[in-house]
Design a protein around this ligand. Structure first.
Ligand SMILES: CC(C)(COP(=O)(O)OP(=O)(O)OC[C@H]1O[C@@H](n2cnc3c(N)ncnc32)[C@H](O)[C@@H]1O)[C@@H](O)C(=O)NCCC(=O)NCCS
Ligand SMILES: Nc1ncnc2c1ncn2[C@@H]1O[C@H](COP(=O)(O)OP(=O)(O)OP(=O)(O)O)[C@@H](O)[C@H]1O
Length: 200
């Protein structure tokens, strides 16, 4: 299966772009959603998280205490690395399993905020970066999630810069309100169809 990794810093619009690929019939694996899932279903992982971050990491009903963990990891690089080391292998496994069910697709997308930081781009055949300036990304996320600009910035600071990501990405979608996104997606979709065909 031809695999395209899609990423972009917080608020760049990668999920919005993925929805357009989905309309074109391309299955998308959302790593954030998969992480949410495994963190409440994988017993070994849950035990590891509790051991590392304390039993307060989970709420009484078994849900992840996201605010508590975010407060720790987005303010401390080492703590974030520990969380990543626990969660990412389980997400990689979930992706490999998911791909097996996508046999009829011409290619698949893997959406991950930290595709490059986690190294998972190396398991993809191609990568695409969605870009937008920081000020616009902050506005989008504060409007969407009701968190503060400082909270968005501290998450952004835990990610590679756009410049670092541009150096690693094969393709780019500019989502800064200066040009329409759909034609950019259509152009890449045609490219990926042809690359996937050559690959098969
Ligand atoms: C720390 C957690 C609990 C905070 O949850 P919260 O609901 O507040 O944020 P949410 O998950 O919606 O993430 C919002 C944004 O934060 C950024 N972010 C999330 N995880 C990470 C990370 N490991 N490194 C850098 N940035 C991250 C991304 O831009 C993401 O889109 C959660 O982000 C988490 O479990 N992260 C670790 C799992 C992970 O790495 N997920 C990313 C894809 S595998
Ligand atoms: N081109 C656009 N025009 C208008 N609104 C947009 C555009 N792109 C994204 N948005 C809005 O900006 C917000 C952030 O977009 P989206 O959720 O797709 O970003 P993301 O990169 O997936 O974010 P995160 O990393 O936080 O998960 C959303 O509310 C989305 O509707």
């Amino acid at each position: 299966m031809f695999k395209v990794g899609i990423t972009g810093n917080i608020g760049s619009g990668k999920t919005t772009v993925c929805k357009i690929f989905e309309v074109l019939g391309i299955p998308v694996f959302y790593a954030d959603d998969a992480a949410r899932d495994v963190m409440v279903t994988d017993g070994e992982l849950i035990a590891g998280i509790k051991q590392t971050f304390g039993s307060q990491a989970y709420l009484a009903g078994g849900n992840l205490n996201r605010k508590y963990i975010a407060g720790i990891v987005f303010n401390n690089k080492e703590q974030l690395s520990k969380l990543n080391a626990l969660v990412h292998p389980a997400v990689f496994r979930a992706f490999d399993k998911w791909v097996l069910d996508q046999k009829d697709a011409p290619y698949v997308l893997k959406e991950a905020a930290i595709l490059f930081e986690s190294g998972s781009y190396k398991m993809c055949d191609r990568s695409v970066l969605v870009t937008a300036p920081l000020a616009l990304r902050i506005k989008r996320v504060t409007d969407r999630d009701g968190i503060t600009a400082d909270e968005v910035k501290s998450r952004n600071d835990r990610q590679f810069t756009e410049e670092q990501k541009l150096a690693l990405a094969n393709d780019v979608i500019i989502n800064d309100d200066t040009q329409p996104v759909i034609p950019q997606v259509l152009k890449l979709h045609r490219l990926y169809l042809s690359l996937a065909q050559q690959n098969s």
